[in-house]
Every structure is written in structure tokens, then in C-alpha cells.
Design a protein around this ligand. Structure first.
Ligand code: IPE
Ligand code: IPE
Ligand code: MG
Length: 246
């Protein structure tokens, strides 16, 4: 797709993606599910590169949910190994591109070796000023909200926060995404019309784009199609159409 179709000023600041359909991609080819995950990494590379080139501020990728721990042990193990390999293989290039790597979720549940490689990547890129690549790992929106509530309760008990001061902005500041704007666009691949516990608080007014394309098949063109579609949306935020700018 021709990138000139995109209006540079109307690009989403923050894109979030539910990268779904790796298993089905593999099944269609009579391959092991892990082969789908492996091919899915190619799509991750493509999307990171394209979003960075476009000047998107933040890209949040749903890589592993809290619920995904309930998958067969062999698949979980293979996914963790793949994750470690991805970070190892990509971190230098991400750093060269001035990308800041971050992670959200209950990271303490990750295997020690994966956590170590992840933390090294986060540390190495922490002063970069370019796109934020935010990876959701062992993540669920409800878990994130509960952790925030527990932190807030602690602060109130210590007298460091007054109940009256708990507004939306304060609450957002206790979430894993504290330093990021809410996503403008949420993309889900493989056709599923659900949010699967992703960024529940943050997507209050996010534009949702669902494509039937399976994640390993998701290409630059598909990303551009999602962005072109996003640019046709009228984001009213509860107002009337007449109240918002032309
Ligand atoms: C998404 O693909 C990757 C993860 C959830 C880790 P799936 O593995 O969910 O693929 P499908 O949905 O079974 O096709
Ligand atoms: C959502 O996909 C989680 C990730 C993409 C990491 P799932 O495949 O786990 O979601 P459900 O089970 O179809 O809702
Ligand atoms: Mg799935």
C-alpha cells in the first residue's frame, strides 16, 4: 500500500496489538503451533520497523497473557524460549534505532533467565528517546488493575495519598502503563471480536480494528490498511459530531 495515503498529522500516537492466530496459521499448514509463533516473530519485526519509521510514539504488543500460562507446558516453554531469543537477537538493532524497550505485566512470574534478558534489554535502552516498544508479558488487565488498587490502598494507609485525590489521572499513574498515553488504535488479528483481558482501563476510548488476517501473515500492507481505516474514524469522545473539528 502507498504510504502517501496516510495523513502524517493523524497517525495514532500509541498503537496496541493483540497478536493472535499463530496456532491457526500453523494448523492450516499441518505444522506444530510453535512454528506459528516463530513466524509470528517475523511480523513483530515488520511492525516494529514500520511503526518506528512512521514516528509512532508507542507500540504495545500483547505477547503473553496471564491466562496463557494455562496452555500446555511444552508450548509455554517454547514461547518463553522464543521470547528470550527475540530479545537477544533484536536488542542491538532496537537500541541503534533509539527505541526504548519496556515491559508490562506480572513480570516476576517469568522464568528467571527470560526476566534477566528482558531486564538487560530494558536497562540498555532506557535512555533512548525514540519509540517505546512496550511488551505485555504475563499480562492481564484485571491483574494490572488489582495491583494498582493494592498499591493505592498501601499509599492511603501510609497517609501518602488522600482518598479524595484518587481521580482518573492518579489511578492511571499506578498502572504499568503510567508513562504512556492511552492507545489510540487497538489492532486484533485473526478475527476474534474480544479484548481478552488486554489494557482494560486504557482502551476506554481506543479505536478498535479487527482483521481476519492471522498474525504470522500480518504485513506492512495490513498495518497500513489498519492506519488508513483509523484515519477515517470520527473520534467523538462522547460529544456530538458537530462539536468535534471537521
Ligand atoms: C497468539 O496466537 C500468540 C499467543 C497467544 C501467545 P495463538 O497461539 O493464540 O494462536 P491461535 O489463536 O490459537 O490461532
Ligand atoms: C490473546 O490471545 C493473548 C495474546 C495475544 C498474547 P489468546 O489467544 O490468548 O486469546 P483468546 O483465548 O482467544 O481470548
Ligand atoms: Mg489465540
Amino acid at each position: 500500500m502507498d504510504s502517501t495515503k496516510l495523513i502524517k498529522e493523524k497517525l495514532p500516537r500509541h498503537i496496541a496489538i493483540i497478536m493472535d492466530g499463530n496456532g491457526r496459521w500453523a494448523k492450516k499448514r499441518s505444522l506444530e503451533r510453535i512454528m506459528g509463533h516463530r513466524r509470528g516473530m517475523e511480523s513483530v519485526r515488520t511492525v516494529v520497523r514500520e511503526c518506528n519509521d512512521l514516528g509512532v510514539e508507542a507500540l504495545t504488543l500483547y505477547a503473553f497473557s496471564t491466562e496463557n500460562w494455562n496452555r500446555p507446558r511444552a508450548e509455554v516453554k517454547a514461547l518463553m524460549a522464543l521470547l528470550k531469543r527475540y530479545i537477544r537477537a533484536e536488542i542491538n538493532e532496537l537500541h541503534e534505532k533509539n527505541i526504548r524497550v519496556q515491559a508490562i505485566g506480572a513480570l516476576e512470574n517469568l522464568p528467571e533467565d527470560v526476566l534477566k534478558v528482558l531486564q538487560e534489554g530494558v536497562e540498555k535502552t532506557k535512555n533512548n528517546s525514540g519509540m517505546v516498544l512496550n511488551v505485555a508479558l504475563s499480562y492481564s488487565g484485571r491483574d494490572e488493575i488489582l495491583r494498582a488498587v493494592a498499591d493505592i490502598a498501601d499509599k492511603v494507609r501510609q497517609g501518602a495519598l488522600a482518598t479524595a485525590d484518587i481521580d482518573e489521572q492518579t489511578f492511571s499513574g499506578f498502572l504499568d502503563t503510567a508513562d504512556l498515553p492511552d492507545p489510540d488504535l487497538l489492532i486484533r488479528t485473526s478475527g476474534e471480536m474480544r479484548v481478552s483481558n488486554f489494557l482494560l482501563w486504557q482502551i476506554a476510548y481506543t479505536e478498535i480494528y479487527v482483521t481476519d488476517v492471522l498474525w504470522p501473515d500480518f504485513s506492512r500492507d495490513h498495518l497500513y490498511q489498519a492506519l488508513v481505516d483509523y484515519q477515517t474514524r470520527r473520534r467523538r469522545f462522547g460529544k456530538t459530531d458537530e462539536q468535534i473539528a471537521p
